[in-house]
Ligand binder design. Structure first.
Ligand SMILES: [Zn+2]
Length: 106
């Protein structure tokens, strides 16, 4: 097997946030993974083995995901209270939803 050298088109892997369904470059999303050992974890390296789901780096999407069973479905598991607590704690470290809503006023 040989691999041709030379420049290859830059491919940016895209992923969809499971909460808001917006597609973004993978690197701009945060991966949540159901590890082979069982627990659901935040995977900041994006390299852990297991079934993954992606969320935007903002509290709105995490809140939405944690209040529903979106992640359970995406990860094909049932999140334990521990899992949810761990993810909620991580969400606390995130900023609010993007748009720095400037008060509309003239
Ligand atoms: Zn999102």
């Amino acid at each position: 097997m040989t691999r041709k050298g030379g420049p290859r088109p830059k491919h940016v892997p895209m992923r969809t946030c499971v909460a808001c369904r917006v597609t973004q470059p993978k690197r701009q999303l945060i991966r949540v993974v159901r590890t082979l050992a069982g627990p659901v974890e935040v995977d900041l390296t994006g390299k852990k083995n297991g079934r993954g789901a992606y969320l935007c780096p903002n509290r709105a999407c995490w809140g939405r995901a944690l209040k529903s069973n979106i992640l359970d479905i995406a990860l094909r598991t049932t999140l334990t209270a521990d899992d949810r607590a761990r993810l909620a704690a991580f969400a606390e470290t995130l900023g609010e939803a993007a748009a720095p809503a400037a008060p509309a006023g003239a």
